[in-house]
Design a protein around this ligand. Structure first.
Ligand code: SAM
Ligand code: SF4
Length: 466
């Protein structure tokens, strides 16, 4: 090897990126990797060998935020150990904790060199250079559009991230649910223009992506500028994306019940590529609590909405988010939530104990619910929802569904993918590869994934003659 090649190898810098929380953070962490690649950074899954450690944080619940500080304790020890061998390490805290706490993070954890909010991470190279002299904090909501400043990842980088990709179409939130920090940490609602989304989708498809999940804090509030200058709804955007060659599946998350409009419901009826799965958080089944949460819908309005969606796409699988123990929640309010769950029937769900967040109206409300009561309600809700999830999974046994194969399975020779209903499915791969869409007969349902056999094979493993 030549001397110059050796010295180039010696100068490869490594970045360790860790994301907490939602899909938006997963997307943002990939974009940070894209921003850092031209600066000579390649990603490593091993924190100990990283010259740069980035924690992309979540502020939605107290536990999520506290996790960051305990991780920073580990990073401090690692930075000291590397320094003892003459290696420098820079530490970045990005994401919603960065936005909410700003410079306070550096006061509490002086190991941190850079604090950067979710709207400013395209400035990371400048901030890292500045941090060589003094800690750098950027939690502005800049006028410039971050998306215009993000470099395009190379096709092989996109491919290495898999055949299913997230694509941010909308950011921020104007809804101000009284429990939620998102409007403060992610800022006002904004939608990306249709043309830019279509460009990104075509680039992803050309690099081998087959499934797109459109993401946004309030994705169905999407109202981006279309090529004709008018505002396009999410339904119209999905229709345009369904025509992008090689994109075989579309999904979107997370939606608000108030923004489920006719266009979007019709898209579930008309677009075969739009998967029959809808994550539609309801939070509570009690009208009193929904009002105190500022959700601006009732339990019955949610039930009627589900009926309309099911009329358009009868096999749609529903998922939701629930909060138990919101201030003032009585036993009766909680029973209303249990009744709504029984009435609707969910294929999957997320459920949380209410966590007071500084600066949100609910944190100041009287009648905070004791933790023991929250825990008891959570356990009951979890039992009901887990039962519904298991019943839904058992209900797919014997059915033949399309599975998009995504990655190696649990055992050698297996591949894992997803059913249309977002269930993980394992199969014997045979000649198939990641990216193939295969017909699979579901034969067994485990607690976390389904097991299937390719529908072109008889049960003894022979290819069925056409
Ligand atoms: N925009 C989505 C919506 O309105 O349904 C939700 C986005 S939020 C990032 C994800 C979930 O976190 C919420 O649906 C809610 O259930 C939960 N969450 C938000 N704030 C919370 C809090 N203070 N305590 C407990 N759970 C919370
Ligand atoms: Fe938070 Fe969702 Fe409510 Fe916006 S709509 S404030 S993101 S829970």
């Amino acid at each position: 090897m030549s001397v110059s090649a050796t010295s180039r190898l010696e100068h490869v810098k490594k970045v360790f990126l860790k994301s907490y929380g939602c899909q938006m953070n997963v997307y943002d962490a990939e974009r940070m990797a894209d921003v850092l690649a031209p600066e000579g950074y390649s990603e490593t899954p091993v924190m100990e060998e990283a010259d740069l450690v980035v924690l992309n944080t979540c502020h939605i619940r107290e536990k999520a935020a506290e996790k960051v500080y305990s991780e920073l304790g580990r990073v401090k020890a690692l930075k000291a150990a590397r320094a003892a061998t003459g290696l420098e390490t820079q530490v970045v805290v990005a994401g919603c904790v960065a936005q909410a706490e700003g410079g306070e993070i550096i006061r509490r954890a002086p190991v941190v060199d850079v604090v950067v909010g979710p709207q400013s991470y395209h400035r990371l190279p400048v901030l890292l250079a500045k941090a060589g002299r003094e800690p750098a904090v950027d939690t502005e909501f800049p006028i410039e559009d971050k998306f215009d400043h993000l470099p395009r990842p190379a096709a092989d980088k996109i491919r290495s991230r898999g055949v299913s990709a997230f694509l941010t179409v909308q950011e921020g939130c104007d809804k101000f649910c009284t429990f939620c920090v998102v409007p403060y940490t992610r800022g006002a609602e904004m939608s990306r223009p249709v043309g830019k989304i279509l460009d990104e989708a075509r680039r992803l498809a050309a690099a081998g992506v087959r499934e797109l999940t459109l993401i946004g804090q309030n994705v169905n509030a999407y109202h981006g500028e279309g090529p004709d200058g008018s505002d396009w709804s999410l339904g119209k955007l999905l229709e345009a994306l369904a025509a992008v060659p090689d994109i075989v599946r579309l999904r979107y998350a997370t939606s608000h019940p108030r923004d489920m409009d006719d266009d979007l419901i019709a898209a579930h009826r008309d677009l075969p590529g739009l998967m029959p799965f809808l994550h539609l958080p309801v939070q509570s089944g009690s009208d009193r609590i929904l009002e105190a949460m500022n959700r601006k819908h009732t339990g019955d309005a949610y039930r009627r909405l589900v009926e309309r969606v099911r009329a358009a796409r009868p096999d749609i699988a529903l998922s939701s988010d629930f909060i138990v123990g919101f201030p003032g929640e009585t036993d009766q309010d909680f029973e209303d939530t249990m009744r709504l769950v029984s009435d609707v029937g969910f294929a999957s769900a997320y459920f949380f104990k209410y966590s007071p967040r500084p600066g949100t109206p609910a944190a100041e409300m009287d009648l905070q619910v004791p933790d023991a009561v929250k825990a008891e309600r959570l356990a009951r809700l979890q039992e009901l929802l887990d039962g519904q999830r298991r019943a839904f999974n058992r209900g797919t046994i014997g059915r033949t569904v399309d599975v998009l194969l995504e990655r190696p399975g649990r055992h050698p020779g297996q591949l894992a993918g997803k059913s249309p209903y977002l269930q993980a499915v394992q199969i014997e791969a045979g000649a198939h590869r990641a990216g193939d869409l295969v017909r699979v007969r579901i034969v067994q349902a485990g607690s976390n994934s389904l097991f299937g056999e390719r529908a072109d094979l008889a049960s003894d493993g022979l290819v069925v003659a056409a």
